[in-house]
Every structure is written in C-alpha cells, then in structure tokens.
Design a protein around this ligand. Sequence first.
Ligand SMILES: *[C@@H]1O[C@H](CO)[C@@H](O)[C@H](O)[C@H]1NC(C)=O
Ligand SMILES: *[C@@H]1O[C@H](CO)[C@@H](O)[C@H](O)[C@H]1NC(C)=O
Ligand SMILES: *[C@@H]1O[C@H](CO)[C@@H](O)[C@H](O)[C@H]1NC(C)=O
Ligand SMILES: *[C@@H]1O[C@H](CO)[C@@H](O)[C@H](O)[C@H]1NC(C)=O
Ligand SMILES: *[C@@H]1O[C@H](CO)[C@@H](O)[C@H](O)[C@H]1NC(C)=O
Ligand SMILES: *[C@@H]1O[C@H](CO)[C@@H](O)[C@H](O)[C@H]1NC(C)=O
Ligand SMILES: *[C@@H]1O[C@H](CO)[C@@H](O)[C@H](O)[C@H]1NC(C)=O
Ligand SMILES: *[C@@H]1O[C@H](CO)[C@@H](O)[C@H](O)[C@H]1NC(C)=O
Ligand SMILES: *[C@@H]1O[C@H](CO)[C@@H](O)[C@H](O)[C@H]1NC(C)=O
Length: 885
Amino acid sequence: MRSQLRLHVLFSAILSITSTAAIDPSNSLVLTPGQIASIPTWDLQSSTKAGKDLETLSRPGVDTSGWIHVNASKCTLMGCLLEAGTYNDTELFYSDNLRKVDSKQFEVPWLYRHEFGLDPEAGKYFHLITHGITSRADVYLNGKEVADKKTQAGGYGGHTYDITDLVGQKNALLIQAHPTSYYYDFALGWVDWNPWPADNGTGVWRDVEVKQTGSVALGPLRVVTQLGTPLESSPANVTLRSRARNLEKAAVTITVAGTISPERYPGPPITWSQIVTLPPLSTTDLSVFVSNNTISDFASATFGFRTVTSKLNSYNDTTFYVNAKPFQVLGAGYAPDMFLRFNPSKFESEAQYVLDLGFNTIRLEGKNEHPELYEIADRRGIMILAGWECCDKWEAWSYNQDLAVPTPVWNEEDYGIANASMFHEAGMLQTHPSVLGYLIGSDYWPDEKASPMYMNALQSQDWQTPVLASASRRGFPAFMGSPGLKMEGPYDWVPPNYWYDIEPSASRLGAAFGFGSELGAGVGTPDLSSLKKFLSPADLNDLWKNPNKNLFHMSTETSSFHNRKIYNDGLWKRWGAPTSLEDYVQKTQITDYEATRAQFEAYAANWNSKRPATGLIYWMLTGAFPSLHWSIWDYYMHPAGAYFGAKVGSRIEHVAYDYVKKSVFLINRSLDKEGARSVEIQVVDTTGKTLLSNTVKTTTKPNTSKEITSLSSALKNIKDVVFVRLVLSDPSSKDTQVLSRNVYWLSKTIDTLDWDNSDWFYTPVTKYSDYTALNKLAAANVSLAARSRGHGPKGHSESAMQVTLENHSSVPAFFIRLNLVDKDGKDVLPVTWDDNYLTLWPREKITVKVRPFGGAAEPAVVQVVGKNVKGSTVSIAYSLGDSYP
Ligand SMILES: *[C@@H]1O[C@H](CO)[C@@H](O)[C@H](O)[C@H]1NC(C)=O
Ligand SMILES: *[C@@H]1O[C@H](CO)[C@@H](O)[C@H](O)[C@H]1NC(C)=O
Ligand SMILES: *[C@@H]1O[C@H](CO)[C@@H](O)[C@H](O)[C@H]1NC(C)=O
Ligand SMILES: *[C@@H]1O[C@H](CO)[C@@H](O)[C@H](O)[C@H]1NC(C)=O
Ligand SMILES: *[C@@H]1O[C@H](CO)[C@@H](O)[C@H](O)[C@H]1NC(C)=O
Ligand SMILES: *[C@@H]1O[C@H](CO)[C@@H](O)[C@H](O)[C@H]1NC(C)=O
Ligand SMILES: *[C@@H]1O[C@H](CO)[C@@H](O)[C@H](O)[C@H]1NC(C)=O
Ligand SMILES: *[C@@H]1O[C@H](CO)[C@@H](O)[C@H](O)[C@H]1NC(C)=O
Ligand SMILES: *[C@@H]1O[C@H](CO)[C@@H](O)[C@H](O)[C@H]1NC(C)=O
C-alpha cells in the first residue's frame, strides 16, 4: 500500500577517487576524469550494403553519407528506422500493416557507426561501456577489434572495455549487430504478448558510453544499508562500495572519498576519506575511500533506506515485508514499446497512472528497461519486481514443458552470457529503493547450475532484496526453496464471482488467495476513439460482427489469445448480441470494468482472510502495441473501463461486494486511518424502486478487511437485475466525507463456473448471468456542467476541472462515461479522473474532478454517454480567478 512506503527521502552518494591527471578542456566527447558520455547518434547500414570489411569501415573518415542517419543514442533496428523516418508507427500499427515489414532485411548483420573526438594523453584512460546489444555484436574502434560476438553477447550483457591504447584525436566506433533468434539468443522476447517485431529487437537498444578516468577506474557504486528498528528513530549504517581497478603497471596510492547528501534536506553532506594502495593492475572492492590531487574517477547513485524481505506462510504463499511490515503487492505486468523505444516522460505519465490507480508495484518480466525507469519509480514510491523472462532461451531447461519450439538447452557459453547479464543488471538495480526483488525465473526455475550462478552474481553486487526462483509453483532449486508465487491463470475472461469462489478443498487456481504473479480476466478493450486509430473499418466490423474471428491486434497467431471468443461468448450471453459497434464497445467497457474491479477488490478483501491474498500482478499493465486486451490503459494512454474498475477496486479505504458470499466487505489498506465509519447500503430495481436502504455503523482498523453485513436476504427475490450502491463515509469528518462510493449491477443468479474443466488460461462458464434487462432501461435525463479554475483556456490544462452530473429521472442512470476532448474533438491525454463510468441513483447529483497532465492538449469539451443516457457534450466554462465559475 502506498502509505507503507517511505521512499521519499532519497540520498545521493558519490564515491570519488583522485590521482594525478590534469583537466584538459577540448572538443572531445569526454573531457574530465569520471565523465561518461553516451554515443549520441548513429549512422546505420545493412552489412549487405556496407560490406564486411569492419577494419576499414571502423577507421575515421569513411564516407557514410549514403547510410541512414539516426538521431538517437539507442535504438533497435526497427526503432532506428522509425526514428529516421523509414517507417512510421501510425501507419505500421494500423490494421495488419506490421505484417508487411520485410523481415528478410534483418536476417543479416547491421552496422552502427559513429565518429567522435577525444583528447588522449599520458595519464588519461578511456573505456567503452556497453549495457547489452541484441543479440551479439562485433565491436571495432579505429580499425581494431575491441570485442567479438562471443564476448559482447546477449541483450543484457554489459561490459567495460579499456580502449586507451586504441583512441586518437579522431575516432570511429563500429558495432556490427548480429540477427536475433528468440530461441538461440538471450534477447528480449515477446512470447504471446503481441506480434514480434520484424527485427526481433536486434541492435543497440541501450546506450553505449565512453568514459574517461585517471589511472584508477571504478565500477558501479553499490550502497549497503543496515537499518535498526524502529526505523524512524534508529541510526543506520551505510557502506558505499565500488570495484576499483588500477590500470597502471605500477602500484598507485589513492584517496577514496565518499559523500552522502540527503536530497531536499538541509544540512551538510556526510563525507569521509581514506588512503589505499592498489597493487599493479589490480582490482579491489572498495568499501572505504582516495589523494587530494585531481579526481581519477567517481561513481554516484541515488539511494534510499528501506528493507524488503519475504517469507512463506503456512500455505507456502509468499508475503513481502517492506520495513518489516507485511506488504500486499497490488500491481500489474509492464510491457515496453514493441520496438523498445523508452521515453522517460511517457513512463512518468504511466507512473502517475499507477499511483492514481492505487497500485503499489510494477512487475517487469525480462524487460528491465533503463536506469531512468527505476529513478522515476524511486521518486514516486512505486515498487518494481524485476526479473528474467519465460518461454525462450532464458528458460531453455530440459524440464521446461512449455517452450514453443525445441530450444537448445544451455551450453557453457550460454551460462557465461547469463552470468554476465545478471552481474550487469544487479549492478544497475542495486542502489534503487524501488526494487522489491528479483525473479531469476518466470514460468520455470533456473537449473542447479544457473541458480547458484545468479545468486552469486547478485550477492557479489551486494543485493539486499528477495531473490525468488520463479513466479510459479512448478518447481524450484533445492537450495532456494519455493518461491511461493502462483501462475495458474486466468489470462482470458472469467466472471467477477471467479475471484471470490475460494474453496480450499477444490482446485481454485487464480481466485483471490496467495500471490498471483500474472493473472487477469483478459480485458482492456480500448474505447472507440482509440480503436479508430488502429483498426480499419473492416477490422471494426469484425469486432462486433465476427466475435470468434482471429484478430491481428490480439496476442500472436499461435497463441490461445488470438481471438476474443471466450470474452465474446460471455458478452453475448450476458448482455445480448450487440446492435452496433458503439453498443459493442459500451458492453466491453461494462465487462472490463466489472472484471478488474472484482479482481482487485477480492484480493484486497482477502488480505487478512484465513488463507491471505498476499499479492496480485494483473496481466497486464500496458500493451507493447495498440492491443485489444491485457492492459489497464491502452497504447494511446486512454484510460477506459478496465482502468476505472481497477481504480475503484484498489481504493485505500473501500467498501466492496463479495459476489459469492453476497456480503459487504470493509477494506482498509491504510496504515493510519481508523475510527468510526458508516456504510450506507441501498438496493434499487431497474425502475428505480427502493428494495433496501440501510446504514451500517462500524469501526475500522488499519490494514484490515472485514465482512460487515450480508445482503443474502435482500437479494433473494430479484426479478431480473438490481443495482446496489455502497457508500463508505467518515461520520466524524466535515460534511461526513465520502471515502468510497461503489455501484454494482447484479442479476438474479451468478455465473456458474466449471472449475473441474479449468484450463491454464481460464475456467469455463456453464451458465451465464443475465443482464439483458439493462438493455431495456428507461432513458434517464442527466444534466452536465463542466468548470475549470484558471484565467481562460490557454495554458491551464493541468489545473483541476470539475464535472457535475445530475440525474433528473426516477430511474438509475447506468454506466456514464465521461471523456475530455480538445477543440478538434481529440482525446485529451493523459488524464486522471476521480471516478468515471458512473451509475447515478435516481435524482442523484455527483461532482468529479478531472486533471489532464504531462503535456496533454487543452481541454475544451466533456463528452458524456451512458447505457440509458443519450450522448451529449458540454463546453468547459473557465473562470478568471482561482475558484470555479
Ligand atoms: C536530435 O535529437 C536531439 C535530442 O532529442 C534534439 O535536441 C535535436 O534537435 C535533434 N537533432 C535533429 C537534427 O533532429
Ligand atoms: C506518420 O503517418 C501519419 C499518418 O499517415 C502522419 O499523420 C504523421 O505525420 C506521420 N508521422 C511522421 C513522423 O512522419
Ligand atoms: C526472429 O526469431 C524467430 C524465432 O527464433 C526466427 O524464426 C526468425 O527467423 C527471427 N527473425 C529474424 C529476422 O532473424
Ligand atoms: C552498525 O554497525 C555497527 C558496527 O559494526 C554495529 O554495531 C551496529 O549494530 C550496526 N547497526 C545496524 C543497525 O546494523
Ligand atoms: C594534498 O594537499 C595538501 C594541502 O593542500 C598538500 O600539502 C599536499 O602536498 C597534497 N598532497 C599531494 C599528494 O598532492
Ligand atoms: C510447503 O512446502 C513444503 C516444502 O516443499 C512441503 O513440505 C509442505 O507440505 C508445503 N505445505 C503446504 C501447506 O503445501
Ligand atoms: C560467473 O562469473 C563469475 C565472475 O566472473 C565466476 O566466478 C563464475 O565462475 C561464473 N559462473 C559460471 C557458472 O559461469
Ligand atoms: C483504516 O485503518 C486506519 C489505520 O488503522 C484507520 O485510521 C482508518 O480509520 C481505517 N479505515 C477504515 C475504513 O477502516
Ligand atoms: C497488517 O496486517 C497484517 C496481516 O494481518 C499484520 O501481520 C501486520 O502486522 C499488520 N501491519 C500493521 C502495520 O498493522
């Protein structure tokens, strides 16, 4: 839970070492000892055009005017070609255009080349640093080979090469990237997530850096913290460590100086220093600190104080503990862009969505991205569960039953690549307080040789958070023990009661107990405005007219998720056949909302039940391309039904309905909110007639969930469908503050699950609940007003606006969607809404806040439409002052 994290106090640590060398200002890429610069741009060419003479091509002065010029420091081949304008993603993502990209062109090596200046002289040392090049690379500088493809191997194989003897005033770096197979190479694969990029992610997807040092060079900084208890008032020990390498053929005496300065906190930094003598060409781990001459090198990082541990409970389910307090993991699985284009400001917006949703964790499955991702998570207070990926070379074990093709099991060289990858990633992640743990396997655990190898690599980097063998219960290396995470689906549609149907004696798979490492009802249908961006008119027709058809914008062709059959079966049976595209999309949003709400509510409701629900990673957070499923928001950052269902279901203080017990749960995920609470419960039928009106007085305790009342008798004699409204408020607060308002639509019977015939990806439904009565609701008359503070429309997109809705009818106004658009009618994104997809009680009036952010366009109009509310728009009234007009 958000409030359990104390990541806000961040510290910067700098370890610097000094020895003799003079600062020499010049036009070189790097100027001073300790300075690191990324290769800023690339010239790119296929080896079929540039030829194979790498020695010649890597000498300064080669004419590359006919090459492709890429203004990016890092990109896969497809990412580079998109950046250079050879391809256009608006066009590629439309319909099935991605199929038309020629993949043959990527079956040969490609060359990345860049020329740069340096100012070499005695006492200066230069290093070339890689952080992974997919799948393998030959690296040449100034006509000489720096590393061959045996060494520079793997998408995460990061290495530092001493290039001091090769550099001159003018330098040319040439990297030959070899084609990637997901089965033979350690790459970043996509399994069934989405169509595979034509280049299989080949290329310089992470920065390549040049670093200058004096005669002693440092590796990445590690920070080891020892915390006392209680945390807030006990002294902590901090050790700064880095590996120092003496590059001279003689002993060097250095002074090591450490500095720690709290961010945004007054007071002097903590500094200390120590003198050490390094034998010739030696490598030493420094946990102390170097001479008052010029700096030789420095390593710096931002870190924070927290502890993370994990423990198996009596059911062998894992619970994480942050700062010794049990931490219920609530989050989702991340997908990067399918061409691995990482945009920090986009991730900032995504992080804001994660917090707006009430999630506390993001899982990365083999997509460890870049240091910026962790920096953003550190500052925002989001935990990251990082790890390796499934279903390809990374899990090519003899006992893996699920590999799509017979992938060769690891040979000696493979262990070496994986080993170097683990060293590198551990070094990159070690200081980040956002890191919750590392999963060294996903679907399968690493074998008896790889597991200790990974552990050693992590430990050598002073790893301090839990390391788990996999994200499933399929097995584990004896010395590590069970990871305590389950991966038993679902991945496709299941009804809301699935999550509450907990029966210890029977097989219940993904229901809300234990730690589900990847599970969800397979929802996340984009809203119509987004669908029109990537689907052709024929594709849009297929959506609602051909419910079983295979669709390109789902999972891969060979997967179980290439069509929406299971999802649509439920939608057709429960809601009736769609009458138009608009009707279909509206029914998908109801379905998606109900699915994510139930999943997050059930996990929160069962946090302290007999067999606790210790964690939930929704499958997934985002899509790597415009996808029709498996995401909380869509590729264009538009939040729709799945988003607002998840958001309601993840509220810190909340009141939820258990579909199986027919009871009301009071959920409290806070650590400090307690006292008297009241829960108002009302049931109305489809005509608006009140069937139950009741207020339950209770008290709430932090960090608990409890059943407060049963609705069984009230719901016994339903005619067709009823609405249930639960309102949680704090009677002691001003105006009896509403903490949570939650409306359900319930049919006479719940969906019947056929648990015995469950498959790994879903549990079939044998009898569906019937919501078709809601297609015949009498129309509700809802009025709308939208107001914004500020001095007029321009430049005020980030200030909060209020939208007030009032139902003037005697029937409920069901599932009202609000959408913010600019003057051209385009979605204003990203945007957060207090609440959306609202169901209003007869005569009810509600005000919600909406806040565009992160460079969103200027909002002009709010669009409104509901199941029984006619579509309309209202212009936003801007005030001239600080209050709302
Ligand atoms: C290259 O990219 C940088 C950084 O994004 C930008 O400032 C610069 O204008 C770009 N140059 C060209 C020629 O597009
Ligand atoms: C990509 O194509 C779209 C649609 O054809 C066009 O509107 C857009 O400007 C193009 N983008 C670039 C970067 O050329
Ligand atoms: C991408 O990987 C797949 C699976 O290994 C392989 O069949 C395909 O040939 C690869 N594509 C390229 C362009 O290398
Ligand atoms: C800090 O280090 C000192 C000296 O080694 C030790 O006595 C103390 O217990 C440590 N504090 C914590 C919180 O581990
Ligand atoms: C270090 O600095 C002190 C005082 O500035 C100076 O006396 C001493 O010679 C310096 N040491 C070296 C090795 O330069
Ligand atoms: C937990 O795991 C241990 C070790 O694998 C096993 O002996 C024990 O029976 C398990 N307990 C339960 C409740 O499954
Ligand atoms: C992994 O790398 C470390 C450090 O280079 C080495 O000591 C160890 O033997 C390697 N393990 C394997 C299995 O390759
Ligand atoms: C949640 O727990 C906190 C901490 O005990 C408490 O202050 C708050 O009132 C509780 N809220 C509810 C709804 O139980
Ligand atoms: C939160 O609840 C868990 C499970 O009931 C309990 O073990 C833990 O001590 C509680 N934490 C706090 C801070 O109350």
